[in-house]
Design a protein around this ligand. Structure first.
Ligand SMILES: Cc1cc2nc3c(=O)[nH]c(=O)nc-3n(C[C@H](O)[C@H](O)[C@H](O)COP(=O)(O)O)c2cc1C
Length: 220
């Protein structure tokens, strides 16, 4: 059976743009591939315990028999996260920008995944070439010529991990100006924000349909 791994990270449930756009992609896929299984991990709802990464790292450098209980647990969790990725045929990552970077629970998740030897930068890239979709949302705008050009420290790093380190075949759906309705300072950009959101949902729907075709061809 085809499995899609979906990661959510927004601390909002109501009104979350990343969740809504990721759902457009997922719904379009499931409309055409109703048998696909979606494995979910919601890092905002269930963040990893904060000591996991350090325990996994320390445990990985000593013989199994000498590991503490916390180190065993942390390495088991790293392995579980690695299995979730290895078992999936495609990926949807829905990640907002917080404080000009990635949410701390996403950074923690990536660090722990990399503690699994299968996902270290020196690994043989077990999920390389598989399709992945990164849905990003930012309250402001960061493109060339904007006042905050160069302030986005989330997108480049996430692409580095997903595309270059893990070798995924990555498409990125970006939604900017999501704070335009709530922030009076961005009021003049509300129409642009609405267009931006509509385009993101349309792109997500197209990607969902295309993914169904691609997975169907791969299974045939
Ligand atoms: C704690 C927090 C920090 C944020 N920091 C930034 C930021 O640095 N730059 C930005 O453009 N938007 C920032 N935002 C706005 C979010 O990126 C925006 O609301 C986005 O749509 C959140 O994703 P979501 O709609 O899926 O919840 C922040 C939002 C929160 C709650």
């Amino acid at each position: 059976m085809t499995t899609i791994f979906r990661l959510d990270a927004s601390i909002r449930h109501e009104g979350s743009v990343t969740r809504a756009v990721a759902t457009s992609l997922e719904s379009a896929l499931l409309a055409e591939s109703p048998g696909a299984n979606v494995a979910r991990r919601d890092l905002a709802q269930a963040p990893l315990p904060s000591a996991t990464w350090a325990d996994a790292l320390a445990g990985s450098h000593i013989p199994e028999a000498e590991r503490t209980t916390a180190q065993h647990r942390a390495l088991a969790l790293a392995s579980e996260l690695g299995d979730e990725l290895s078992d999936a045929d495609a990926f949807i990552f829905a990640i907002p920008m917080y404080n000009f970077g990635v949410p701390p629970h996403v950074k923690a998740w990536i660090d722990v995944v990399i503690a699994d030897p299968r996902f270290s930068p020196r690994s043989t890239k077990p999920i390389a070439g598989r399709p992945a979709y990164l849905v990003l949302a930012r309250g402001g705008a960061y493109g060339p010529g904007t006042a905050r050009e160069g302030w986005d420290h989330a997108t480049g790093w996430l692409k580095l991990i997903f595309e270059r380190s893990w070798g995924l075949d990555l498409e990125v759906i970006e939604v900017e100006l999501t704070a335009a309705n709530a922030n009076p300072a961005l009021a003049e950009f509300r129409d642009l924000a609405a267009q931006n959101l509509e385009s993101a949902h349309a792109a997500a729907t197209d990607y969902g349909r295309a993914l169904s075709g691609r997975l169907g061809r791969a299974a045939a």
